[in-house]
Ligand binder design. Structure first.
Ligand code: SAH
Length: 272
């Protein structure tokens, strides 16, 4: 999308953008740039006008002398800070989903549900302006929240995103889909429809919080001869603390988020 490339390629902060201000102790403050507004911090101030027009990565000095590093949030930083309606997919899972579902520029991807829009943001970026993301959501409040989150990060709702306020279990009309990504509780109810809607060679990927759900989904996929190469995995990301001689894993990590099941849509083999 031209506005996305413009935003990402652009070097200077502009009005309306989100900026992180980071202090020496790595504490992060957020602001949305607005002409003539002031950022207040323990009795000190910074005029937004002093940031607008500056390059990403600039250090600014507040009225009392405190110095803060100004950085445009990355997509994963933004996802972790944005308001949540539903539980979001974590960046560690989204990162793997993009490659395991093989999301590519130009792909047509159906997603359900949109939740808070975390995965959606990664998808509209990955399919690019020649691709299309169609997002189903059954709850209107979640859909509005997700659209707001997407708009805040991108500046506007991108033209390659179409949202539908519908229960996907009731069926959907899209056909010749390249990918179907499901983050909802009963994906096995969609397996047959996904078989009809995916093009040959297409991929269905599902994220589920419990392994019993993954097992039920996998059984449904095995029963449908149009699905093969069915695999399930989870992602464990362990950050490390590296400071002088203290080189060790961090004390805390996200121990569990969910299981990812992937399957490939194929044409049934002719009888031999
Ligand atoms: N992947 C999302 C989070 C999805 S949470 C993110 O990264 O932000 C699961 C969402 O699926 C919820 O918003 C829920 O309302 C929605 N949902 C559950 N069942 C659904 C159905 N049958 N059709 C459409 N959406 C559904």
């Amino acid at each position: 999308m031209s506005h996305m490339t413009a935003r990402q390629g652009m070097k200077l902060f502009e009005e309306g953008e989100l900026v992180h201000l980071i202090d020496r102790k790595e504490r992060t403050y957020y602001l949305q740039l607005k002409y003539d507004a002031r950022f207040q911090h323990s009795g000190e101030f910074l005029a937004h006008n002093d940031l607008i027009g500056q390059p990403d990565g600039t250090t600014v000095t507040l009225t009392g002398g405190t110095r803060l590093l100004a950085l445009r949030p990355t997509l994963s930083e933004y996802i972790l800070m944005m308001p949540r309606g539903a539980q979001i997919l974590y960046p560690k899972d989204i990162a793997l989903i993009l490659l395991w579902a093989d999301i590519y520029p130009g792909a047509t991807v159906l997603e359900a549900g949109i939740g808070s829009g975390a995965l959606t943001l990664a998808l509209v970026r990955a399919v690019g302006e020649t691709g299309q993301v169609i997002s189903y959501e059954v709850r209107e409040d979640f859909l509005r929240r997700a659209e707001k989150n997407i708009e805040t990060f991108l500046g506007k709702l991108p033209p390659n995103l179409m949202t539908r306020l519908l229960d996907i279990y009731e069926g959907f009309e899209e056909r010749q889909l390249d990918r179907i990504l499901l983050d909802l509780p009963e994906p096995w109810r969609i397996v047959e429809m996904a078989g009809d809607a995916l093009r040959p060679g297409g991929i269905m990927l599902s994220f589920l919080p419990t392994i019993l759900q993954s097992s039920q989904l996998t059984e449904a996929l095995y029963r449908d001869s149009r699905f093969t190469r069915i695999e399930t995995f989870e992602t464990l990301l362990r950050p490390w603390h590296i400071e002088g001689r203290s080189v060790r894993p961090d004390h805390r990590m996200v121990a569990h988020s969910g299981f990812i099941t992937v399957a490939r849509r194929v044409l049934p083999a002719p009888p031999s």
